[in-house]
Design a protein around this ligand. Structure first.
Ligand code: FAD
Length: 246
């Protein structure tokens, strides 16, 4: 049985919202996950709802807050010199360049892979998730909730000095664990990747509190806790003005 039964390209948010009320219709951002998933054999076919026609690909900046439309590609975020350096750096390190040209910030946030540096960078920049027909949520709330609804934009506070400290099998590999810190007016925010189901904010003073990382072939839970401790200290120091790892 073909897995994709229909393709929709709505031209208004209302139309897109109505289409997506059916759980067998999937929002299509850049498609780096949706397309390979949609090609798999499944009992019940799905339909895709392409978000390209909704004008959600704009970036604007007002009074220290940047609004990034959910269909902004990671490559456009990297190229935008008004975007916070930490966000640009994290977006550049997220995927190979060919995939960055396709992947969107909305798809990245909706998927929120455990190892997403960009989601971690958005967390420390106090990101909010704007949703169609629903109240906005902090990214932190969004990640711990159902993650349903059509994401229309992400907003971030642009101020602060950021740093990323990470360990991977090679420099080109996706980090096993990464610590992403931002210092703003003496306040530090810290997020970790690779230690839970999604990236998460942790206490910069006690980053290991409540941390129970999963293990895989790249590292045991204890190894990941060790990395989290060492990398957190480095990232916090660098964000505060010490040696930078960003
Ligand atoms: C080879 C490869 C390497 C990868 N490496 C990484 C990596 O290093 N780090 C990482 O984090 N991820 C990685 N990924 C996963 C994936 O590419 C990213 O999460 C990507 O950024 C998803 O964005 P997208 O726009 O392509 O999403 P899509 O594939 O279009 O969608 C992903 C999910 O989000 C939903 N969605 C999309 N847009 C919206 C919206 N506006 N509102 C609500 N829901 C929406 C879709 O329905 C789907 O469930 C990799 C994938 C591949 C194929």
């Amino acid at each position: 049985m073909p897995s994709v039964l229909a393709y929709h390209r709505p031209t208004s948010l209302v139309e897109a919202g109505e289409l997506l009320k059916d759980v067998n219709r999937w929002a299509l951002g850049g498609g780096t996950i949706v397309v390979p998933e949609a090609r798999k054999h499944r009992e019940v076919g799905i339909e895709v709802v392409d978000l390209q026609g909704l004008g959600l690909d704009q970036i604007s900046n007002e009074e220290g807050v940047m609004r990034i439309g959910s269909m902004v590609r990671l490559s456009d975020l990297v190229a935008n010199t008004a975007a916070p350096e930490l966000v640009r750096n994290a977006a550049r390190r997220e995927l190979p360049s060919a995939l960055r040209n396709a992947a969107t910030i909305g798809g990245t946030v909706a998927e929120a892979e455990s190892e997403s540096l960009l989601v971690a960078a958005l967390l420390v920049h106090e990101a909010e998730v704007r949703l169609h027909d629903q109240p906005s949520l902090s990214l932190d709330q969004y990640l711990t909730g159902e993650r349903d609804g059509l994401v229309t934009a992400i907003t971030v506070k642009t101020a602060g000095r950021g740093a990323i400290s990470s360990t991977g099998r090679t420099p080109a590999d996706v980090p096993i664990v990464a610590a992403v810190a931002l210092s703003t007016g003496g306040v530090t925010r810290l997020a970790l990747t690779g230690v839970g189901a999604t990236p998460s904010l942790v206490d910069p003073v006690d980053p290991l509190a409540n941390l129970d990382p999963p293990e895989d072939f790249r590292g045991t839970s204890e190894y990941r806790r060790h990395l989290a401790k060492v990398l957190s200290a480095r990232a916090v120091l660098a964000a505060a003005g010490g040696e930078s790892n960003a």
